[in-house]
Design a binder for this molecule. Structure first.
Ligand code: DGY
Length: 324
């Protein structure tokens, strides 16, 4: 029997590409350039499965261009699927899968990195040293905020939000407040000494730092905008490792520059990799190029997880990470 024909849209870790090549007829993207809508459409017409990433916008217009597509599976390399129009994929007869769990630790690690970096002014300090501008120790030099013992607000208490809570509470003695769409079981909250609040309005005035772990997409676009930022305590920090669109970047910078918000750490951006220019001219803003899952261990695990989904699908069983 011929092997399923699959396409991976970006370069993946070598070990996973080899494992895929042993099982499938694989079209690789050796250039590692993002594919445009026409190329994605063509891939779905000519392959049994396409394995996209967050850099492949698969909106309704891409699916509208299809004519009896051969593709029946979109096995996303990543947990977030807000770049895929799930209803349009379903209408086109495609199953969508993702790669949860395997990136929770590393994404929470990056969220904590951002919080420490912005609160302790480590980015500013590093730039100063490299610029040869450091004049030596003094009591008033680059004084930041103490992270240990802060009250941390977590928006979205899924796997990554919980890992952030674990680090913050057990590592840094933080009080954890949670805002989540559904009720979090009390025993889960107790694991992190956490308290769930009714809504965002109840959360914002109580926290020293806010870490976002909710889905992106239209439902959460600009969830953290001017009104939300005004409701936060003066000097508070915002950390975003979720999706860029969750934060109104212009309002964020305006709040920092007005001296209200203490600063922010962003790993994701609206329209990335094209940055809103206002972000580049704001010292208490730490900017990372979407590194949440970027460790050897996690990027390989994501690839194997996506591959498990493809194997299950073509074995005729339900993929372990079908997105509903
Ligand atoms: C994810 O898995 O959603 C990360 O943001 C990388 O795509």
């Amino acid at each position: 029997m011929s092997r399923p024909k699959i396409l991976i849209t970006r370069k993946w870790p070598e070990a996973v590409e080899q494992a895929l090549a042993a099982r499938f007829d694989v079209t690789f993207n050796d250039s590692d350039q993002p594919m445009d809508a026409a190329a994605l459409c063509d891939a779905m017409q000519t392959h049994d499965a396409v394995l996209p990433t967050v850099t492949d916008p698969l909106g309704a217009e891409v699916f509208a261009g299809l004519d009896a597509p051969r593709c029946k599976l979109l096995a996303n390399y990543g947990v977030g699927v807000s770049h895929i129009d799930l209803a349009a994929a379903q209408a086109a007869g495609m199953t969508v899968t993702n790669t949860p769990d395997v990136l929770s630790d590393c994404t929470a690690d990056i969220a904590m990195t951002l919080l420490l970096t912005v609160a302790r002014r480590a980015g500013e300090g590093e730039r100063e040293v490299r610029a040869g501008a450091w004049t030596g120790w003094r009591p008033t030099h680059l004084v930041g905020r103490k992270v240990s013992g802060m009250t941390l607000g977590i928006v979205g208490f899924g796997r990554i939000g919980r890992e952030m809570a674990r680090r913050a509470h057990h590592g840094f003695g933080m009080k954890i407040l949670v805002q989540n769409r559904s009720a979090v079981p009390q025993d889960v909250l107790d694991e992190f000494g956490a308290e769930q609040v009714a809504d965002l309005a109840a959360l914002l005035p109580r926290v020293d730092a806010l870490s976002l772990h909710c889905p992106g997409g239209a439902e959460n676009r600009h969830l953290i905008g001017a009104t939300a930022l005004e409701a936060m305590q003066p000097g508070a920090f915002v950390i975003n490792t979720a999706r860029g669109e969750v934060v109104d970047e212009t309002a964020l910078v305006a709040s920092i520059k007005a001296g209200h918000l203490g600063g922010a750490g962003l790993d994701v951006f609206e329209g990335e990799p094209n940055l809103n220019p206002v972000l580049l001219d704001c010292p208490n803003l730490v900017l990372l190029p979407h590194l949440g899952s970027a460790t050897t261990e996690t990027r390989e695990a994501m690839g194997h997880c996506a591959m498990d989904n493809v194997l299950a699908y073509f074995d005729g069983t339900t993929p372990p990470n079908a997105v509903r």
